[in-house]
Design a protein around this ligand. Sequence first.
Ligand code: SIN
Length: 321
Amino acid sequence: MVVLGTGGTIAGTASNPADNIGYTAAQVGVAQLLAAVPALKTVLRDHDLVSEQVAQVDSKDMRFDVWLSLAQRVVHHLAQADVSAVVITHGTDTLEETAYFLHAVLPPALINEKPVVLTCAMRPASAQSPDGPQNLMDAAAVALTPGAHGVVVVCAGTVHSGLDVQKAHTYKIDAFNSGDAGPLAYVEEGQVRIVKNWPLAFMDKGHIAIKDIPDAALWPRVEIVMNYAGCGGEVVDALLYPREGVAPLRGLVVAGTGNGTMHHDLEAALRRAVLAGVTVVRSTRCAQGRVLATTQSEFPHAQGLSPVKARVALLLSLLSA
Ligand code: SIN
């Protein structure tokens, strides 16, 4: 099993062990994190453990170049016959975006056979009672479960599909949920209790091969705007305004109200954006449910994706267009 480190709170430290929030993320190397969990050996049994530091970032600062190297390193390791799974340690803040990105770009033949398990922590490694070690143990148990495959997320004893997972709590250790879809499995004392099928890769629509993804500096600019009471179109107009050194806007995801609805002033500005060549997609600011097509809605909906995931999907579809 290979563990790739990218940073996050799981690798964070605070000067006071009693402080669960005043820490600096991404301080401890992944090899050191693993060494601090000797009980992992019981989960690994006769499997070898190899680790690699791919990045060391607070995931609020996640960058496209990190995503690309992460995807490349996952492919490299998963393609080895003697590697049965890859675990990734990651910050919780943008974990769902990374999970969606990996789901969309990793070769279907690999992830339909082997699992990529993202895990994280809500408390820093230096905490009196950190949650990272148990999450690592649970992630390893999932990674080594016979038949496991696809991009999944393990946090607080719950396994989520990378497609459905979203961070739902700012503080609780059990910070993620899978919305209407519900979790994929639970990990109980090292045993994985599966309640749904493992996720299957996108086969054509939605999948883009890593070799077809250009350098991160060339990715199209896609932003998110939200609808709210008193909303106007000024933000959209400002985004359309050309600025030196800033790539032109290519896509906009609207976190609409309810079923992806929007103030008529915002809607008018979005029409101007479409005329300027921007692709507009409708998502919702509701944490649960999906935007459904209606006869009145002129902008396409986000196929059930949350605004942040819809943004990744739109980015990738603009890249492959
Ligand atoms: C991060 O996302 O890197 C910091 C927050 C966390 O991991 O909980």
